[in-house]
Design a protein around this ligand. Structure first.
Ligand SMILES: Cc1ncc(COP(=O)(O)O)c(C=O)c1O
Length: 461
């Protein structure tokens, strides 16, 4: 995008895909099907051969005819705003994650924003966060007029590097925001130790990490707040929806009040007595009854789907590791369950005759595998979002000019390991794909071997 575009023209021309979540990225899937030439299966599909995998993948999200009456009943009842089904969903979600409380909200973005608001993160504070994410992780910090500080990732795990967190702590640090990217757990045991040593809050962005765990303890249950998304692409899909989990009852009460106009937390939505008033700054980010109804229906199959993804994913990771040039990302000690929102691996072009990563992704897509290269080569700390926010009138009133100098901000936050990862990452879109059969998983492995075998030809085509 030309840098001289005005704000208005940017808003008109900015494409949704440019900084969207993983779900918004174009995924490369083969045009396979009944017309594909089976006899050509030995030739790479990108060069005209038949794809290794034909016939598509399990659909995502899943909805069955048998689900219809449960949802219809809620609609017919006519209680559409937050009521008993949302409470039931919250109780079940808290139990699943292993926290005392869960508050259901409209989406993951607002779950994060509410958490930063109610932890009283504010002007002058710094929040140390993973740079391997997209804008939704950062909005809440900026709404509170705090400063995001990026600590580089460990390129072998894709997660924020605890040692880099230590190096970025200052007297102004108030919180740490690990993002369990692709659903793979950050090193939460070490991060919590650092937080305790420095008296910091930890907000987990677990929006991709439902049911991922370390020694049986789920992501979202380590920090002071765990934030989840139930957007359609996620492994717990409602369409839109989110939740914040916590063990802190006072924090939960403040969150509840915040999500319901700043009313006292004892006030049930829909109560309009004349005594009700907003006694504190709030918002309105309540989950609706029909969203909770969809969530409760999804929960009936959620854990079984998760087990299937883990069986398939663990098998596939082991098989992919046997292929020269493919390195599945490393797990921290004790990781015993993965959401498999994505299944990423590190691609070494040298072992593929110099076939560039993007061509590899296209070739794998042509073989019928749903795959991308992950987030675009555009770290958050260089994006217009931060440039504009730091240059805003409010930030200029709150901070000295030197601190807001964008060139210096980018320098301070430069994350070389992240940039390296942007070039070598490959993400399998596993949400639907990993619900397939073992033969389906074998197709993915065969497709990668096939590209390995024909890498020189594909490169030169
Ligand atoms: C890492 C991460 N954080 C935050 C969000 C925001 O969640 P939502 O789309 O529900 O607002 C997402 C969703 O894509 C995400 O992947």
């Amino acid at each position: 995008m030309p840098t001289n575009l005005s704000r208005r023209s940017f808003l008109k021309t900015g494409s949704a895909g440019a900084i969207g979540g993983a779900f918004a990225m174009a995924s490369v899937t083969a045009a396979s099907g009944p017309g594909a030439k089976k006899s050509d299966v030995a030739a790479p599909a990108i060069l005209g051969g038949a794809p290794v995998h034909q016939g598509g993948w399990p659909k995502w999200p899943q909805w069955e005819a048998a689900d219809d009456p449960q949802l219809a009943e809620v609609m017919k009842r006519g209680v559409w705003s937050r009521a008993k089904l949302v409470t039931e969903f919250e109780e079940k979600w808290a139990k699943l994650i292993g926290n005392k409380h869960a508050l259901a909200v409209v989406n993951g973005t607002n779950a994060l924003s509410a958490a930063f608001m109610e932890l009283d993160v504010g002007p002058g504070d710094e929040v140390i966060m993973s740079p391997y994410t997209f804008s939704a992780s950062i909005f809440g910090i900026l709404y509170q007029k705090a400063i995001p500080v990026f600590a580089d990732i460990d390129p072998t795990t894709y997660q924020i590097d605890p040692e880099k967190i230590r190096a970025k702590i200052t007297p102004r640090t108030k919180a740490i925001l690990p993002v369990h990217i692709c659903g793979f757990p950050s090193d939460m045991e070490t991060i919590m130790k650092i937080a305790r040593e420095h008296n910091l809050f930890v907000v987990e962005d677990a929006c991709q990490a439902h049911l991922s765990s370390i020694r049986g303890r789920k992501m979202g249950s380590f920090g002071h707040a765990g934030c989840f998304s139930f957007q359609t692409s996620k492994i717990m899909p409602i369409g839109e929806g989110g939740a914040i989990t916590t063990d802190d009852g006072n924090f939960k009460d403040r969150l509840y009040s915040y999500h319901n106009y700043g009313y006292a937390s004892s006030i049930a939505p829909g109560t309009y007595a004349s005594t009700i008033h907003s006694y504190r700054l709030g918002n309105k980010i309540r989950m609706a009854e029909y969203q909770a109804a969809i969530g409760l229906i999804q929960l009936q199959r959620f854990e079984a789907q998760h087990r299937t993804r883990n069986e398939n994913g663990n098998w596939l990771r082991a098989k992919l590791a046997e292929i020269p040039g493919i390195k599945p990302i490393r797990l921290y000690d004790g990781v015993d369950s993965l959401s498999y929102y994505m299944c990423p691996f590190i691609y070494d072009a040298q072992a593929f005759q110099g076939l560039p990563r993007d061509k590899f992704v296209k070739a794998l897509g042509a073989e019928g595998v749903s795959v991308t290269g992950g987030y675009p080569n555009d770290p958050l700390y260089t994006q217009g979002l931060l440039r504009e926010t730091l240059a805003s009138r409010t930030y200029r009133k709150l901070y000295p000019a030197a601190e807001l100098d964008f060139a210096k901000y980018k320098e301070r936050n430069h994350c070389p390991k992240l940039l390296e990862t942007f070039q070598t990452s490959v993400w399998l879109n596993s949400t639907g794909m990993f619900l397939g059969s073992r033969q389906d998983m074998a197709d993915i492995v065969d497709a990668v071997w096939k590209i390995q075998k024909h890498a020189e030809r594909i490169k030169n085509a």
